[in-house]
Design a protein around this ligand. Structure first.
Ligand SMILES: *Cc1c(COP(=O)(O)O)cnc(C)c1O
Length: 429
């Protein structure tokens, strides 16, 4: 299939998954195999030398995973993709070719709590440092750049605060600083936002969320735009110098705009090992077939719930970028013209105690730590996902004591609203 001539919904169903040439099976087969038979010794040698593309061992590549990689690269408008066992694994994999001891990232303070946790406590064990800045002021990225900076990291639509990043402005500063811009596009999905169109270099996903779509499968992905010159400024020796981890191969010289993706498989997945299970890739492929339909309903339902809560007497504030009253509404109109997603926060009058009572009072909503399910989900971040952070970090990440996070599902919207109304009534009685 030539990709350029088809619409998003068509590509969501077809990209990366032609009928199986061996059997004619129309559905993508699950290649539940660890290894692949070599044609002969020369074929094996060519595969190991990366002189021919093919399959060796499923830690590195697998045909079911390759179909998902092809589909995600197409939907994001990228050149190549690597899937991983989770969103967090994808983030480590995404940074790995860029970083080394002493290297730094500049990241938004509005990132998902788990990502801030990685940067603050775990990356330092690799000798990687992160400067955390307020992304509302794109100039903050410029101010934080040092000669050791290797990447900028933002979320297009942030979890949980309904915060939209000015991708284009931050991409311009990344370009001027000679570093790639990584965008976590989990909450928006490529249906709502394509960060590469605005200058992003690398996209990371937790496919666990809207892409798989029904709360069944952990997974992550890194999509490379193929547009970054890795030889620029000699900042990225693993990609544009002799890579000791692959017998001195210069990936950029050898593979050009596929250098990053080849490195992610041949070195990243090979040595770190966070490969996605083919069954999860298969479920995610199935999920993506309905991505557009689901996102349309997710967004429409979320907009109605946000409007309802904004008028609710027990609610102090609503932070949904799709509301005209929201500080990020202008950015949402630019970057998310089809809808501002379905994950947002609101504050209850009465703070922490009322927040905890609401999550205990819901009946249709599930109280759990996930987003992007077809089912409506609720959580009180201060007592759960964000509890490891300091008070200051919590507030800065949009997860203060009165905050509830919703992930609005695709159920009948009146039922979603009725459930929140009864839970709020009980919690404030
Ligand atoms: C969930 C999430 C992650 C982490 O993904 P996992 O699949 O849970 O590892 C990263 N970023 C965002 C925005 C997320 O919502």
């Amino acid at each position: 299939m030539s990709d350029k001539t088809f619409g998003f919904e068509t590509l969501s169903v077809h990209a990366g998954a032609a009928p199986d040439p061996a059997t004619g099976a129309r559905a993508l087969p699950i290649y539940q195999t660890t290894a692949y038979v070599f044609e002969d010794a020369d074929h094996a040698a060519a595969l190991f030398n990366l002189q021919t593309v093919g399959f060796i061992y499923s830690r590195l590549t697998n045909p079911t995973n390759a179909a998902l990689e092809s589909r995600l690269a197409t939907l994001e408008g990228g050149r190549g993709c690597t899937v991983a066992s989770s969103g967090h694994a994808a983030q480590v994999l995404a940074l790995f070719p860029l970083m080394g001891p002493g290297a730094e990232i500049v990241a938004s303070s509005r990132l998902y709590g788990g990502s801030l946790q990685q940067m603050k406590n775990t990356y330092p064990k690799f000798g990687w440092a992160a400067a955390i800045v307020d992304a509302d002021e794109p100039e903050n990225f410029k101010r934080a750049v040092t000669e050791n900076t290797k990447a900028f990291f933002i979320e297009s639509l942030a979890n949980p605060g309904g915060v939209v990043s000015d991708i284009e402005a931050i991409a311009r500063i990344a370009e001027a600083s000679g570093v790639p811009l990584l965008v976590d596009n989990t909450l928006a999905t490529p249906y709502l936002c394509k960060p590469i169109d605005y200058g992003a270099t690398l996209i990371v996903h937790s496919t666990t969320k809207f892409l798989s779509g029904t709360g069944t499968s952990m997974g992550g992905a890194v999509v490379d735009s193929g547009k970054f010159d890795w030889s620029r400024g000699a900042k990225f020796p693993s990609l544009a110098g002799p890579e000791p981890a692959y017998h001195g191969l210069n990936f950029y010289e050898t593979f050009g705009d596929m250098a990053y993706t080849f490195h992610s498989h041949a070195v990243g997945l090979r040595d770190l090992g966070p490969s996605q299970a083919p069954f999860n890739a298969w479920l995610t492929m199935l999920g993506i077939e309905t991505l557009g339909l689901r996102m349309e309903r997710h967004c429409a339902n979320a907009a109605k719930v946000a409007q309802h809560l904004e008028k609710h007497p027990a609610v102090a504030w609503v932070n949904y970028a799709g509301l005209a009253s929201n500080k990020y509404n202008k950015l949402a109109k630019k970057y998310l013209p089809k809808g501002a997603g379905s994950v947002f926060t609101f504050g209850v009058k009465g703070g922490y105690d009322v927040g905890v009572k609401v999550v205990d009072g819901v009946e249709l909503f599930s109280h759990l730590a996930n987003i992007g399910d077809a089912k409506s989900l609720i959580i009180h971040p201060a007592s759960t996902t964000h509890r490891q952070l300091s008070d200051e970090q919590r507030v800065s990440a949009g997860a203060g004591p009165d905050v509830l996070r919703l992930s609005i599902g695709i159920e009948t919207v009146d039922d979603i609203i009725a459930d929140l109304d009864q839970a709020l009534a009980k919690a404030t009685a």
